[in-house]
Design a protein around this ligand. Structure first.
Ligand SMILES: C[S@@+](CC[C@H](N)C(=O)[O-])C[C@H]1O[C@@H](n2cnc3c(N)ncnc32)[C@H](O)[C@@H]1O
Length: 290
């Protein structure tokens, strides 16, 4: 009680200083963005792809041919489009799982890139306070305003996207229900639901269980920097993946999530997409002798 009162007073004192410093910080960041070379980012991304035996330039051209150049910078489109396309050159998944459907744009894109694969995608029921709200560390008690504003539009877009191809199946369910799923194994799993602990750790654990031998798990929005603070989560993804790699279950690689300077000017804003290969096989399962 006393501590929370003291914190509130400290916040009140600090607020004017914080506000006064904002224009200076914005100016400083603008200069850092200006100094971040897009050519260097493209070269870095090409090297990240090459480390995975993937061709970045070829993938970039194919993505632009399929869906055009990116114009809406606020959309969910990022370098995962190039990543999946590059993989499609040498990898033929029969089943793909996407955790976090959002408006279904990416599921529709996957169905173009992998026309013979079965694509299963799930998202929260619309009434869930967490719907369309995956990275905030604050736990909401009701659907967020942004969701409500775009609600009808996003849902009708999702209907159109999901019905664009007969190889997409959608369920409105919390991904935590995957903990009790049995049956299918997936060759490729895209973990892009709730990015905060504990859900993301559960999603990755479920992905490890549901991925087929030799299959891959990709995770979105990975902060590799330990310095990332504030109300956005996702160092939790890296921490979980690192634990799986240390145990010898996964081998992790990372690519940049964006090749735009404004998304890379500091390690605190720079995000990655992880590419993890399952190393263990059916023979490695834990079993106790009788
Ligand atoms: C970043 S969006 C997904 C974007 C999409 N995968 C793409 O590539 O364009 C994250 C989505 O995860 C959903 N989500 C959050 N928590 C979830 C959970 N526990 N189970 C299923 N979906 C969840 C949110 O409702 C939101 O639509």
């Amino acid at each position: 009680m006393l501590i929370s009162k003291a914190l509130n007073v400290a916040r009140l004192i600090w607020r004017p200083f914080y506000r006064a410093s904002r224009p200076g910080v914005r100016l400083y960041n603008r200069e850092r963005i200006r100094r971040t070379s897009i050519d260097a980012l493209i070269a870095e991304q090409a090297a990240n792809f090459a480390a995975l035996d993937l061709d970045f330039q070829k993938a970039q051209k194919k993505v632009n041919d399929l869906v055009g150049e990116q114009v809406d910078l606020k959309s969910h489109r990022s370098q995962h489009y190039e990543l999946f396309v590059a993989f499609s050159e040498s990898f033929e998944p029969r089943r793909i799982l996407e955790i976090g459907t959002a408006d279904g744009s990416f599921a529709a894109f996957l169905s173009m890139v992998f026309p013979v694969a079965k694509i299963d995608t799930l998202d929260l029921p619309e009434a869930d306070p967490r719907f369309f709200n995956a990275t905030s560390l604050e736990i909401p008690t009701q659907p967020n305003k942004e969701t409500n504003n775009n609600y009808a539009e996003s849902i009708s877009k999702r209907k159109r996207n999901l019905s664009s191809s007969s190889n997409i199946r959608f369920v409105a369910k919390n991904s935590l229900f995957l903990s009790r799923s049995e049956g299918y194994k997936y060759d490729l799993i895209w973990v892009d639901g709730d990015h905060t602990y504990p859900v993301v750790a559960c999603d990755i654990a479920n992905a490890v269980r549901l991925v087929a031998d030799g299959g891959f798990i990709f995770c979105d929005d990975v902060f590799l920097s330990k310095g990332q603070k504030g109300k956005w989560g996702s160092q939790e993804t890296a921490q979980t993946l690192v634990s799986y790699e240390a145990a010898g279950v996964l081998k992790n690689n990372f690519i940049l999530k964006s090749i735009r300077p404004e998304k890379n000017y500091s390690k605190l804003v720079r995000k990655h997409i992880s590419v993890s290969k399952l190393l263990v096989t059916g023979q490695d399962v834990v079993s106790f002798e009788n």
